[in-house]
Design a protein around this ligand. Sequence first.
Ligand SMILES: [Zn+2]
Length: 254
Amino acid sequence: MAKGVKMAGLMNEAISQLLVLQDRDSKATRLEAELESIDPEREKTRRESLQAQQVLEQAKQAQMQLEVRRKDLENEVESKKEQIRKYSQQQLETKKNEEYQALAREIEHVRKAISELEDQELELMEEQEAFKAKLAEASQVVDAAKASEAKLLSELDEREKNLGTELDELDEERETLAEAIDEKTLTHYERLLDTKGGRVVVGIDHGSCGGCHMKLQAQEIVNAKSGRERVACTNCGRLLYYTREMILANELED
Ligand SMILES: [Zn+2]
């Protein structure tokens, strides 16, 4: 039970009941908001994990393309070597010196081309080597993201379960509290709750309504002070209470 309610000796009974109800209602609202934030959090961690996965996939694709290019170069070198073998064979078979020389030039030409291809191949292999580190890093990021996703998801499941239990308990408590309040007062309170949002049972603050801050009539303050009847602000309709300590409704939360 909130301590402020006990201190208010002269407080109207309906008002002190409503203050407890209001406290439970605002707590339920907070818990519901927290519950609603869980799914977006789930989505966020799933998205992060998926993004890390995509980065890794792209790195793997790029690595594969490098490998394809290297294989192409390798094949090209092989076919050029085959060419040289053919020219060499033709050299052995020819009896004309002129043709022999021409073939020798061809062979020299192809050898040069092979050397260039092999240089390209070497560059590609260096690129592949550098890429290995990139791949390893991306793979680590994925592992970390997956681990943190799993951890967070299980935490969120747990939180969701606890919030559900707390809300069920609050629901039950609210029902009991509401049963003890007379119907007219409860209806007034609930109608206000619909239109004004959370804080509808408010203290009198320096002679003004704690909700809309309108200056109150002296008689309204006297009525609230006496605690004999339920007093509503003539401007906003919020239910008013007076305590010597001037504890406002939002300070009553434990
Ligand atoms: Zn007011």
